[in-house]
Design a protein around this ligand. Structure first.
Ligand code: FAD
Length: 495
């Protein structure tokens, strides 16, 4: 079925796409294309003209060669779980979804690495390496759905970021198709590699604006022998934040230190029933891992610090099933808070760890002043809070207040020495705010890098560093646009 709202690609371009892709690898029906018009953010885009599902790097390269020649905007896409609008398409663009490139090519137990295609689901990869007694730490809470390619493109983190870092810390090497269709190899299979500019580091976190990642070589660790999970229950958000600051100051390094406020606890308990205490002001979910003796010592220290900061009690997840239940609750937070209201704006402003208590105070004050419901949760151990603003979304006044609150959250994070995004990326949602952090010189440097690698500007235009869409298929201004005023609409998690 044709979509009158979507400018069609020319017959010649469609024939070219069909020649490149295997049968079933090109979606052109409106019903299919509409499904690729979203990610998990409230950013709204257009309907893509076609969705390409390459199975091989050569196909991805041929797609980009054709798109460059014809000036067609290309939107790389993993699972669409992004929270900053990175894979939301422009009207009339070509979505390149990497889900069919989903092979784990190699798990190497001597060099402790794996080679994967970008469409592998993160949780499935973790399970595969754990069967070999190895460990891949990056664990975005979306891990049952998101892809390793999407993780690398966003430099995704997760609860274990506190001890183990983010996706980029595990990318030893990668292959990526650049805008004209050439294939770039960056990094490799060694733990150390300082040959030339760090193009691996440039591609990681580039949000699909510099190339399509077609293969990743990922560093693995030995699986920790012991792992223990604790739930510390606090009378208030402030006391839980104080405990976070004390744990970090004392030099303890939990694998994860997750904070949830009272609002979040109630949402999760209603939705997933993990057994969280609904009467609590806040909880910290803490995971310790390592050698059994180290974990035992750290467990005593962390429990003591929580009590000293005002914890009402600290419970240990006894059995593996108990621990899995506690963590399933945490992973359900995004969906649980989304059920409350029609619109969810999920931010991930991040501050130095010692400033978490101050940031929490400011978030509460911003919510009160604007009369907004803001759920506060996140990876507090690394200073990465996720204030989620929840809206009915049916009045301009409410949306305006939310936009003001978003600006104030970013200002607060920067004033406290933090950043706009700890892990979700800039995408469309935060592009208007980028200069607040990086300044004009930073923006200019990023624009020059973009121009050098993608002179025609076909790769994910308007994302991450802003800028205008290009090409005959695109209609600048009709797409999602970076402005916060374009926020709103029904959150996909509600659908
Ligand atoms: C419930 C929930 C919980 C979440 N928890 C976390 C969390 O704990 N930590 C965290 O960091 N994020 C989290 N996220 C956000 C999201 O899951 C991550 O950003 C994830 O990395 C996106 O992966 P994806 O495969 O869905 O990519 P998509 O959303 O499809 O794309 C994300 C970006 O990557 C680009 N891209 C995708 N694949 C490629 C590729 N192969 N080559 C080049 N560019 C590509 C896209 O163009 C886009 O800009 C969460 C999201 C949800 C919905």
């Amino acid at each position: 079925m044709n979509n009158p709202l979507s400018p069609a690609l020319s017959t010649a371009v469609m024939a070219g796409l069909r020649r490149i892709l295997p049968s079933g690898g090109l979606l052109t029906d409106l019903e299919d294309r509409v499904c690729y018009g979203y990610d998990a953010s409230p950013a709204r885009g257009g309907v893509p003209a076609a969705v390409a599902l390459p199975e091989r790097e050569e196909e991805a390269a041929a797609l980009l060669e054709l798109a460059s020649r014809e000036g067609i905007p290309v939107i790389p896409r993993g699972a669409g779980t992004g929270l900053s609008g990175g894979s939301v398409p422009l009207e009339g663009s070509l979505v390149v979804a990497l889900n069919r490139m989903n092979m784990i090519r190699e798990i190497e137990t001597q060099d402790l690495l794996a080679v994967v295609q970008p469409g592998v689901i993160t949780g499935e990869f973790q399970a595969a390496v754990e069967k070999r007694s190895l460990f891949y730490p990056p664990d975005p809470s979306s891990l049952t759905a998101c892809t390793l390619g999407g993780n690398a493109a966003e430099n995704a983190g997760g609860p274990r970021g506190l001890k183990y870092g983010v996706t980029g810390d595990y990318v030893l090497g990668l292959r990526a198709v650049l805008a004209g269709g050439t294939v770039l190899r960056a990094g490799g299979r060694t733990v150390k590699n300082v040959t030339g500019y760090d193009l691996r580091g440039l591609l990681v976190g580039s949000e699909g604006t510099l190339g399509i990642i077609t293969e990743l070589t990922l560093r693995l660790l030995p699986k920790p022998v012991a792992r223990r999970t604790f739930l510390a229950v606090f009378p208030s958000l402030e006391t839980s934040a104080e405990a976070v600051a004390r744990i970090i100051e004392a030099g303890a390094v939990p694998a994860a230190l997750e904070l949830m406020d009272d609002y979040t606890i109630r949402c999760v308990e209603e939705h997933a029933r993990p057994g969280y205490p609904v009467e609590a002001g806040a909880v910290l979910l803490i995971e310790l891992d390592g050698r059994p003796s180290e974990v035992a010592e750290e467990a005593g220290q962390v429990q003591g610090l929580c009590r000293a900061a005002g914890a009402l009690r600290v419970e240990e997840g006894g059995s593996p099933e108990d621990c899995a239940r506690l963590w399933a609750g945490r992973r359900a937070v995004g969906a649980a808070v989304a059920r409350r209201k029609r619109v969810k704006i999920s931010e991930d402003a991040t501050v130095p760890r010692s400033r978490v208590p101050e940031m929490v105070r400011r978030l509460r004050e911003i919510a009160r002043r604007h009369g907004l419901e803001i759920a506060v949760f996140g990876h507090a151990g690394d200073g990465n809070l996720h204030p989620n603003i929840l809206l009915d979304g049916d009045s301009r006044g409410e949306l305006d207040r939310a936009e003001e609150a978003v600006g104030e959250i970013f200002t607060a994070a920067l004033e406290l020495g933090g950043t706009l995004s700890g892990e979700h990326g800039i995408g469309l949602m935060k592009a208007p705010y980028l200069s607040m952090e990086v300044g004009e010189a930073g923006l200019e440097a990023m624009a020059r890098i973009k121009k050098a690698l993608d002179p025609a500007g076909i790769l994910n235009p308007g994302k991450a560093i802003g800028g205008q869409a290009v090409g005959p298929g695109s209609k600048p201004g009709s797409g999602p646009g970076p402005g916060p005023g374009r926020r709103g609409g029904k959150d996909p998690a509600d659908r």
